[in-house]
Design a binder for this molecule. Structure first.
Ligand SMILES: Cc1cc2nc3c(=O)[nH]c(=O)nc-3n(C[C@H](O)[C@H](O)[C@H](O)COP(=O)(O)O)c2cc1C
Length: 225
């Protein structure tokens, strides 16, 4: 009897769990430190294979009830991209008008890479997916959106590890975006994303180097009871 004999069934070979050593942990920490929200892109394309590899990573993210409620909608059509840019300009003008004494600084910020980014997608979460059978979200339906955000953060880190940059654009009107992309109105819009090779790398968030805000230490977010 040989190994290729169909009568011979082999027990599946168990996968040994990986051992993450100190070198890996150091690299992982660097990945967290050097992930940036990117708004300046080089024109180099992102291949379908690269994008699909990132979606494979998204599917490893945790999700409520294992529902995988995220839907990534790629936007390739130039007319739709133009409509997204127009909606951004409108939403950003409204945001600027509400800024008061910070308006001058706000007006100088670049808050999207919609014209340059070679790859663009919107992220939605489903309102009531069959997958997962409702587990975990009866009292907190918003866990579906949380799950999708976990997925895109996984994409964000994986992209950075590949030398790619991701930028989140939330200065958009969800209703308008659903219309532009012809998406069911009940899907929840979570953000529009620009993906591509960054023009530069930085350890400091752009909003910090532009003087808008700075990152604070861990103890500001810790409340003891
Ligand atoms: C939910 C969410 C929405 C965001 N929306 C925008 C946006 O519309 N425009 C923008 O320039 N950055 C946006 N950002 C990026 C943040 O400004 C950025 O994460 C923050 O300044 C810290 O910088 P870093 O991501 O490079 O560490 C968003 C980030 C998140 C998590």
């Amino acid at each position: 009897m040989s190994l290729s004999d169909p009568g011979l069934t082999l027990a599946p070979r168990p996968h040994a769990p990986p051992e993450f050593d100190a070198g890996f942990r150091g690299q992982l920490h660097q990945l967290f430190r050097w992930r940036r929200d990117v708004r300046h892109f080089r024109p180099d394309p992102v291949s379908h294979e690269q994008f699909h590899a990132l979606l494979d990573v998204a599917n490893l993210a945790p999700s409520v009830g294992l529902s995988q409620p995220w839907r990534f909608v790629t936007v390739e059509d130039e007319g739709r991209r133009e409509a997204i840019r127009t909606n951004f300009q409108h939403a950003n003008a409204c945001a600027l008008a509400s800024q008061g004494k910070r308006a001058g600084l706000y007006a100088r910020l670049k808050l999207e890479g919609l014209r340059e980014a070679p790859c663009q997608f919107a992220l939605f979460s489903l309102p009531d997916p069959e997958q997962g059978h409702g587990l975990g979200r009866q009292t907190m339906p918003e866990t579906l959106a949380y799950s999708a955000v976990m997925a895109v953060y996984s994409v964000w880190l994986a992209a950075r590890a590949e030398g790619l940059g991701l930028g989140w654009v939330s200065i958009l009107e969800p209703e308008a975006v659903a219309g532009i992309l012809d998406i069911p109105r009940e899907w929840k819009f979570l953000g529009y994303f620009c993906l591509g090779y960054p023009r530069s790398e930085a350890e400091t968030p752009e909003l910090e180097s532009e003087g808008w805000e700075h990152r604070r230490e861990a103890d500001i977010c810790l409340i003891r009871r």
